[in-house]
Write a protein that binds this ligand. Structure first.
Ligand code: PEP
Length: 251
């Protein structure tokens, strides 16, 4: 049984006071569940504050990116050791905003994935096609390329620390959600590919999240799909009431 993972990506939002308040409100919305986990990915500047607010809860904290080295001359980066030092246990890697705006390549993302795993972080590895790629019938080719390159060199025993987030670029922050059928189709493809690259039991255990305009109104139908194991939520994660409803999705 895969435990659902409901993750909030705060992107570049929230000062310290705002972050503390939002984290506290999210913590209040979390029931005593044993079938789901909650992860918050605040900006680096407030990770320690958020980790402090949620320290007596089961909420986990992630960074929104991470370097592959533990320290060194990497201006502007933070290391997996630093993430752990401020109470984080995971890192989002390969988010489409990193790929599109900051031109991060599959090769760079792979370096980040391997580094994060080496230093003991859980990796939320993001992939997804653009609208042009979908309309050009290239969705599965793109997903396969991103996964094969992004997870190159990852050992089978490291896969337990990987969560995949399928986030069609055309659905992120646009209000346009993939239909449950489109999302399920992509998730099933991804699971098949993971079985092919590793083993069937690796694929059966790996959590695959959907991301792209997940809201309180569509979370239930998405979460009812057999290969959707959680959500990576952007906009709606900035509002405790909406994110609370998402966390408490109905089965
Ligand atoms: C995201 O940032 O990963 C995301 C899915 O954003 P949104 O929910 O706003 O589409």
């Amino acid at each position: 049984m895969r435990k659902a993972l409901m993750a909030g990506n705060w992107k570049m939002h929230n000062t310290t006071a705002e972050a503390r308040q939002l984290a506290a409100d999210v913590a209040k919305a979390c029931r005593d569940f044993d079938d789901r986990e909650v992860l918050l990915a605040p900006p680096y500047t407030v990770m320690a504050a958020v980790a402090d607010v949620v320290k007596n809860t089961t909420i986990q904290v992630a960074s929104q990116n991470v370097c592959w080295e533990d320290k060194g001359a990497f201006t502007g980066e933070i290391s997996p050791v630093m993430v752990k030092d401020v109470g984080g246990s995971a890192a989002i890697i390969g988010h489409s905003e990193r790929r599109q705006i900051f031109k991060e390549t599959d090769e760079l993302i792979n370096q980040r994935v391997r580094g994060a795993l080496k230093f003991g972080l859980t990796v939320v590895f993001c992939i997804g096609e653009t609208l042009d790629e979908r309309e050009g019938g290239k969705t599965f080719t793109i997903l396969e390329e991103q996964i094969r390159k992004g997870l190159a060199g990852v050992a089978p025993e490291q896969t337990k620390d990987i969560v995949i987030a399928y986030e069609p670029v055309w659905a992120i922050g646009t209000g346009k959600t993939a239909s449950k059928e489109q999302a399920q189709e992509a998730h099933a493809f991804i699971r098949g590919l993971i079985a092919d690259m590793f083993e069937k039991n690796v694929a059966d255990q790996m959590r695959i999240l959907y991301g792209g305009s997940v809201k309180s109104t569509n979370v239930d139908e998405l979460m009812a799909q057999p290969d959707i194991d959680g959500a990576l939520v952007g906009g709606a994660a900035l509002d405790a009431e909406s994110f609370g409803r998402i966390i408490n999705f109905q089965k």
